[in-house]
Each structure stands twice: as structure tokens, then as C-alpha cells.
Design a binder for this molecule. Structure first.
Ligand SMILES: [Zn+2]
Ligand SMILES: [Zn+2]
Length: 702
């Protein structure tokens, strides 16, 4: 007797291959079984999605290829995992096979059954010597009242929990205790803990290992992130899939890991943009975590849940809004452990500083004083590649769009101002349209030389030991070499370095005890940006950076956060001064509501790469034309194509087209109907020169 399994294989999003391919098999294969199947001349890894006992119409044994082999020793991927993958593929407009296979470790494709058996045996031995879960574990870790209340509320929560905890409020201890409770609730329970960038949070990993390896065995905690070797990734994935690993610590890719016993998902720093994938299936790992929690909970008995905890000191406005609406349960932990205060905010009005000064003299003086006392300073450069907005420093004019509540972006190449929302385009004015000043320039200019200037200005400053002040730089460039980040962090911890200069990377996670001054040099580009999320990110970045100062309760009273700005009256700073995220969120949400922006409106981008800008835009506009009359066309707004801010990369021209809808459902149904049209449009004469296109649902940057 023969069976007809339908198998999903890795196919590019728009290859035209159907969702799954039908093969022939002598065995009845359970859905989720991993198999090797022939595809063209190759043999590829696939996942059985379904297995029919009669051939699908039109197929015969002669016309169908046989499954080449089953990956032995591996339990099938379960229904919940397949439901998660199906949802992700549908929602983010990608093929099922692409999402499913991207979620599996690449090395799985290349292993023979003998090699696989050896790997599985090695893993089993690694975990066999562990003591296994203990029934009851004396906590032995003191909790603050706030932590205890949060944990109690968490236990009863019937919805995802938004843990709104100040930096230093002890969110990690809440994660640890919630993990412990989940693990001991059930013999096979597993916990997924996600962090934005694992290399930046070595302390978190250390704490989980220290706490749970003695309880659950040496192999109980595994990591899963893109910085691992293929062999390490396979090992972690096998441990998670077979249930040997009880805790998976990972970055966004871990949300798609196979975790058959999943009982708790923690998303730390849930507001962090790195949870949104920027290539392939552009999924949000945070949003998928919430969905996954729901799917897992539905499969459990009535009283049990797979809890989802989203933690942040500055939650995303999407999550904040969900909590306002009661869809998430908000738990607040405003107090810092040890009672230390958050640093005092000092705004430096750059309008009153010597002309041309990149660093204000009072800031330099304050830093010199701290260095002289043996304390450390952190200098934050805001270089997150915001699209440049033009401003006049004399009268305050900015390149706002007359039709939208957005700023138009300065495109250097053709010297135009373009609105990335509605597409409105004008040439860059020669002089300020309001006051005639000729000095119209991008907001936040002139900060490129900060590092050189800083070294010069601090040249005569002495450390307590009489030596000169030492300045170190830390960013993606200086930490590219493996291990160099650890070395740099160590010099900071040991006190060899007095001033650490860097981009947002230095604001994350580190627990430096001797930092008492944090300075933000060029925050302004986040105040006025074409990207409506820029203020949200700036506020989060500054709050996070402020949290680096005064971690030591004894020093927290004298700790300060300095911000240089040309716009000290901006309301963002008023909220920042009070460390008042709720006030900031309310203001931002009110603006978003009136502009119909997320979370009140829903967006998707159609992006096109082509050999010329004209071809990229022609494809997009043709696709928009062809959308007329599609289901829900009346419910969406398609804007004209615009070039990306960085419009040419590696000789490929890039453009995008914004789609907006008031309802998520309408947007989804329209995009699904549009997908085949996008494929057809590719073969029109207009699309000649098109390299690729992609849909980005819920884009983070427009
Ligand atoms: Zn002006
Ligand atoms: Zn506009």
C-alpha cells in the first residue's frame, strides 16, 4: 500500500511552487515528520504537513516521486509548532516552506541517519547525569514587595503580561522565579527566554545557568542565536526539540524553535527593534511569541497556560496600547532595587553654547570632575541612521509635509524633500522658506567629530592616580572581531577606562557599577524624523542609557544624565525629566490616533529592488494599478512609490510603496489577494529591470 504525504520544502517566497509538494511513501508518515525528498536533481529536507491514503486527483504512482528517507530518531514536529509556522507564513505573506525550513537548523539538511543518531546519543549522555527536576526548591532569593506582587499576579494572569519595570527594578529575578515555577509545574515543562542581542547580555545567561543547572542538570540551559556555529545550533535545537533542554535562551530566531513542553515565554526588552526581522520572512518575534502563547495555552487543560511575559522599562506603544485596552495585563515595578534613584536629567541648551561647539563646556567640566573622583562616564552617540530632516536653526522651520503629520526626508542624490508617507516631493529650498536664512541643514548635523573632539577636550584631565583620562570607543566596528567585545567590557569593568563612547550598543544591559554620568550628544535627530517611531526609540534609548548610571545605590544620588539639544522645550524632555514613561506614551498615542498611525492604523510596505530607480518605482506603481478591484481594495490606501532614504545599495536601486488600512483583517485579506498579482506584475514590460520584491507587514521603519 502507498501513501501520499504532502511535504513542505524550502522555497523562496515567490518561486511559484505551491505550499507543499506531494510525494509517495510506503509508510504512513505522521504530520511533522522530517524527511528527505527529491526536488529536481537534489535531495532536500522537508516537513510532512499531511499524509493522504488515496492519491490526490490527477496523481498516480508513476507521476509521483518517492520520499527518499525519514530522519530517524526524531519525534515529529507537533501540531502547535506547525500552526505557529502556518500563521507566520500567512501573516507575513511568505511561503510555508520558507518559514518552516528557516526555523530548522541548517545542519539538519546535511546529516545522514548515522550522524544524526550519534548527535542524539551525545546529547542524551550530556543530560543523563543531571539530577532532574526537584519537587520543591527553597527560593532563598529575597524579593521586594513589588516583585512578589508581580509574581503573584503573573500566576493568575489570563492574558499576556506586560511587565513594566524600571531599569534596575529587578525584572530578571521575576523572570527567574517565573521560570522556576513553570519548570516545576510539570515534568516536561520548558521555558523560552528571548533577549534582543545575546552577546550583550552575558550576565543574564550566567544567572540562568547558575540558578537552573544545579536543579535541572548541566544540559538544562541552551542558547539559540545566529552567532553560533552550525554544529552548536543543531545541538541546541535537538536539545530543545527532544525536551532535554528545559530553558532556551535566544534571540528572535528562537521564537520558532521546536519546544514541545513550552509553558512560559519571556520577551525581555520587548520594545527592541531587533525583534523584527529585516530580511526573508520579516516577522516580529514579539508578536509571534504572543500568538504562540495563545496556541500552546489552547492545547493545555483548562487551568494550565503557557504564559507570555513582555518586559520593558519603556514598552513599545503597541504593547502599551494593548494593555490600555485590557488585552494585556500591565504589571508595574517602578522602584529600583536598593532604593536608588534614577539619575537627574540635565538638559544643555545648545543655543546658548559657544558657536560651533559640538560638546558643551559645562558637560566637559562635569565629566572632568567625575574622572578626577575615579568615576566613569558614558557618552552616547545617536547614530541609528535616521532619515535626515532639514531644519533652520534661526527660526525653527523644519521640512514638515504640508499634507501629513510627518517630516519630509532630505534625499541628497537629487536634492529633494520627499514625504515617505504620501510621496509629496519638492526641491530642497535654497533658503529657509519662513525666514530666508541660508543655513538650512539636517537636524543633528556636525556630530561626526565628537570622538576626536572629546579626546582633545579631556587631554588635560587627570585620574585620581595622576594619569591621563582614558577614552575608549565601542560600536559595531570596534567589536566586530570575536572576543573584542568581551575585552572592551572587561576594561570598562576593571576601571582602566574612564570614558566609554559609543552608539546605542553601550546603552544595553551592561551592569557597570562606577558610571555616574551618562551624556547624550546628539539626541535631536530622534525628535524630528520622518519615521514616526523615532521619538519612541529616542525615549527608550535615553531611559535605557540613564539606567546605566548609578547602579550602585551609594552613587545613585549624585548620578546625572546630560542631554545636549537645540530644542530643550520639546515635550519629550519634560516626560524624560520625570522618568514618566506613561505620560510620554499617552502623548504619543494621542498623536498616533489623530494621524491614524499604528497601533490605530495598520501598515505594510511593498519594497522593490531594481537596476534603476525608475524600474523599481514602475513595478510598484504597476502593482498598485493592478490592485484595483481586488477584495478589500476599498478598505486600503495605496500611496505612490518613493525611493528609500538610502536609495542605492551595491548598485541596486530601492523603492517602496506604503499600504494602509484601518483594520488589520482588511489589510491581511487585501495582501493575500494581492500576492498573486504581485507575481504576475513581475512579468509585465514595466517590471523589466526588477531584481526582487518583498512585502513587509507591520514595518518598523517607513
Ligand atoms: Zn528660518
Ligand atoms: Zn506627506
Amino acid at each position: 500500500m502507498a501513501f501520499w504525504p504532502s511535504v513542505v520544502v524550502a522555497t523562496p517566497a515567490h518561486s511559484g511552487v505551491g505550499a507543499s509538494l506531494t510525494y509517495r511513501s510506503e509508510l504512513l508518515l505522521r504530520p511533522g515528520t522530517l524527511v528527505r525528498v527529491p526536488l529536481g536533481a537534489r535531495e532536500v529536507l522537508g516537513v510532512v504537513w499531511d499524509c493522504a491514503t488515496t492519491p490526490p486527483e490527477g496523481l498516480t504512482e508513476a507521476k509521483t516521486k518517492a520520499v527518499a528517507g525519514v530522519l530517524e530518531g526524531l519525534p515529529p514536529l507537533n501540531d502547535r509548532w506547525r500552526q505557529l509556522v502556518r500563521f507566520a507564513a500567512q501573516y507575513y505573506q511568505r511561503s510555508l516552506g520558507e518559514v518552516a525550513l528557516a526555523a530548522l537548523p541548517p545542519q539538519l539538511r546535511d546529516l545522514s541517519n548515522v550522524q544524526l543518531a550519534r548527535r542524539l546519543k551525545r546529547r542524551a549522555q550530556a543530560s543523563a547525569d543531571g539530577p532532574g527536576p526537584a519537587g520543591d526548591v527553597a527560593a532563598g532569593h529575597d524579593l521586594s514587595d513589588e516583585q512578589r506582587q508581580a509574581l503573584d499576579a503573573l500566576a493568575d494572569a489570563k492574558a499576556p503580561v506586560l511587565l513594566f519595570g524600571a531599569t534596575g527594578s529587578g525584572k530578571t529575578e521575576v523572570y527567574l522565579q517565573a521560570t522556576q515555577r513553570a519548570l516545576f509545574s510539570q515534568a516536561e515543562a520548558q521555558v523560552l527566554v528571548m533577549v534582543p542581542e545575546i552577546n550583550l547580555t552575558p550576565q543574564l545567561e550566567a544567572r540562568f545557568r547558575e540558578r537552573f543547572e544545579p536543579l535541572c542538570g548541566a544540559g538544562a540551559v541552551v542558547c539559540l542565536h545566529s552567532g553560533m556555529t552550525p554544529a552548536q545550533r543543531l545541538s541546541s535545537w535537538l536539545a530543545a526539540h527532544t525536551g532535554q533542554a528545559r530553558i532556551v535562551l535566544g534571540t528572535r530566531m528562537a521564537v520558532l524553535a521546536s519546544l514541545p513542553g513550552l509553558r512560559l515565554i519571556v520577551v525581555d526588552e520587548e520594545h527592541d527593534p531587533s525583534y523584527k526581522s529585516q530580511e526573508g520572512a520579516r516577522y516580529s518575534a514579539r508578536d509571534l511569541a504572543v500568538y504562540r502563547g495563545k496556541v500552546e495555552s489552547e492545547a493545555l487543560e483548562a487551568n494550565a497556560r503557557c504564559q507570555v511575559v513582555l518586559g520593558s522599562a519603556t514598552p513599545s506603544l503597541e504593547s502599551w496600547h494593548a494593555a490600555d485596552q485590557g488585552r494585556y495585563l500591565r504589571l508595574a515595578m517602578p522602584a529600583r532595587i536598593g532604593g536608588g534613584a534614577l539619575p537627574r536629567l540635565r538638559l544643555v541648551d545648545m543655543n546658548h553654547q559657544p558657536k560651533g561647539a559640538v560638546l558643551a563646556p559645562p558637560l566637559i567640566a562635569a565629566m572632568a570632575e567625575r574622572i578626577g573622583r575615579g568615576e566613569q562616564c558614558l557618552v552616547l552617540l545617536n547614530r541609528r541612521g535616521y532619515a535626515p530632516v532639514l531644519a533652520c536653526h534661526d527660526c525653527g522651520w523644519k521640512s514638515a509635509c504640508p499634507h501629513c503629520s510627518a517630516y519630509r526626508v532630505f534625499h541628497k542624490l537629487d536634492r529633494t524633500l520627499r514625504c515617505h508617507h504620501c510621496g509629496f516631493t519638492e526641491r530642497v529650498p535654497r533658503a529657509c522658506p519662513d525666514c530666508g536664512n541660508l543655513d538650512v541643514a539636517p537636524v543633528g548635523r556636525g556630530t561626526e567629530q565628537v570622538e576626536e573632539q572629546l579626546a582633545g577636550l579631556l587631554a588635560d584631565v587627570k585620574r585620581p592616580d595622576g594619569g591621563p583620562a582614558r577614552v575608549a570607543r565601542m560600536d559595531a566596528d570596534s567589536t566586530r572581531l570575536k572576543g573584542s567585545l568581551e575585552v572592551q567590557l572587561a576594561t570598562m569593568h576593571s576601571g582602566e577606562v574612564d570614558v566609554l563612547v559609543g552608539t546605542q550598543m553601550i546603552a544595553k544591559g551592561h551592569d557597570f557599577r562606577r558610571i555616574t554620568l551618562v551624556a547624550s550628544i546628539n539626541a535631536d535627530s530622534g525628535l524630528f524624523a520622518s519615521d514616526y517611531r523615532a521619538p519612541e526609540r529616542l525615549f527608550a534609548l535615553l531611559m535605557q542609557a540613564a539606567g546605566r548610571a548609578g547602579r550602585d545605590a551609594a552613587q545613585s544620588a549624585t548620578s546625572e544624565m546630560w542631554v545636549q539639544t537645540w530644542y530643550p522645550q520639546h515635550p519629550l524632555f519634560a516626560s524624560l525629566k520625570q522618568h514618566d514613561f506613561p505620560a510620554f506614551a499617552t502623548t504619543q498615542l494621542t498623536e498616533r490616533l489623530s494621524a491614524g498611525m499604528p497601533p490605530y492604523g495598520h501598515q505594510a510596505l511593498l519594497r522593490a529592488d531594481a537596476r534603476t530607480q525608475q524600474a523599481a518605482q514602475a513595478y510598484l506603481n504597476a502593482a498598485a494599478q493592478a490592485a484595483v478591484g481586488l477584495p478589500h481594495f476599498e478598505d486600503v490606501t495605496l500611496y505612490p512609490a518613493v525611493p528609500l532614504t538610502i536609495q542605492r545599495v551595491a548598485n541596486v536601486e530601492r523603492a517602496q510603496l506604503l499600504v494602509e488600512a484601518a483594520s488589520r483583517g482588511a489589510l491581511q485579506r487585501f495582501l493575500t489577494a494581492w500576492q498573486p498579482v504581485l507575481l504576475q506584475t513581475r512579468s509585465l514590460p514595466e517590471a523589466r529591470g526588477l531584481v526582487r520584491f518583498a512585502v513587509d507587514v507591520d514595518p518598523l521603519v517607513i
